[in-house]
Design a binder for this molecule. Structure first.
Ligand code: DON
Length: 307
């Protein structure tokens, strides 16, 4: 008997297809030139069954969706307490590119905002790892979550790193508080490189399902991170993953999630599924307009929410 799931998921994508609201991320030049009307959705169960509909072959850069996965690597390498010394777990209530440092300690409020992500990026491989080896470790980890070898989009990397003035300002402030060490420019290069990794919605759904599956990749069966780390990441995604829209997201959709300025969104329902959507037009919070609508329909129709 044919599964009804693909037809329903296609209905979810099509239900948002006429929405032309929102705008492309224009501060990273190549992102301002993408096809704005594409849309796709993928769902992976924790046993590795993947459904994908719409423009599912579309490749785009992971951007901030990389942040929970690099946070997971830092947690796995250093333990929660050591990471907490460098990055908090409190929602900032501000946009992703605000400084949002804890008064007194200078510690970034959480690992989902850029200040926290720059810090957790540098924690990978500490102490003493070289910039190239850290970048290789980050790319390898993202690939293990996806279950295939991922690559960096060099055009987007070069475009963003040459115009990352705000991220350089944040990195220098982090350096002044000694939250990061060494050359802040190297940390920005590595973080932007991590954001420029190319993915599809299937990759992201499997990455999200790895978190939902307690750190085990559903298709490869590899334990990528410990169960306790997956739980910590999902907890922080729940409260901080959608930045200054986190409260609205949690009260109307209710699933641990992370957004990215390429127009991707992931959601992880512990013990059940990982879901990913992509549509490039963004709202004022840097979140895909159509992606929010797709997740809201999934939450309403399928009870795909935590609370
Ligand atoms: O650092 C930046 O501005 C981008 N590389 C990522 C920002 C982002 O994806 C924000 N999330 N919606």
């Amino acid at each position: 008997m044919k599964s009804p799931i693909p037809d329903y998921l296609d209905e979810v994508v099509q239900s948002t297809a006429d929405d032309r609201s929102g705008r492309l991320a224009d501060y990273i030049p190549p992102l301002a030139a993408v096809e704005p009307n594409v849309g796709a959705l993928a769902l992976s169960t924790v046993d590795g069954t993947v459904y994908a509909v719409g423009d599912a072959d579309l490749e785009f850069t992971i951007q901030s969706i990389s942040k929970p996965f690099v946070y997971a690597v830092a947690l796995a390498q250093h333990g929660i307490d050591k990471v907490l010394e460098r990055v908090g777990v409190e929602p900032s209530g501000e946009a992703f590119h605000e400084l949002s440092l804890e008064s007194g300690t200078g510690r970034p409020l959480n690992p989902m905002i850029n200040a926290g992500a720059l810090t957790t990026h540098q924690m990978v491989g500490e102490p003493g790892i070289t910039e190239d080896k850290r970048n290789a470790q980050v790319l390898d980890a993202l690939s293990r979550f996806a279950g295939r070898e991922l690559e960096v989009d060099e055009e987007i990397y070069e475009a963003e790193v040459s115009s990352a003035h705000r991220n350089h300002a944040i990195a220098y402030m982090l350096r002044s508080h000694e939250n990061i060490t060494g050359d802040p420019r190297a940390v920005v290069r590595g973080y932007v490189r991590q954001c420029a990794v190319r993915v599809t919605v299937c990759d992201l759904a499997l990455m999200a399902a790895t978190l939902a599956h307690g750190g085990v990749q559903p298709v490869t069966g590899e334990r990528v991170i410990p169960h306790a780390v997956a739980r910590q990441v999902l907890s922080v995604m729940t409260t901080c993953g959608m930045y200054d829209a986190a409260g609205d997201w949690l009260s109307t959709i209710g699933i641990p999630a992370k957004s990215g300025v390429s127009g991707g969104i992931i959601g992880s329902l512990p013990g059940q599924v990982g879901v990913a959507t992509v549509s490039p037009r963004l709202d004022d919070h840097g979140t895909s307009v159509r992606g929010v609508k797709m997740f809201r329909k999934l939450s309403h129709d399928m009870g795909m929410h935590l609370m």
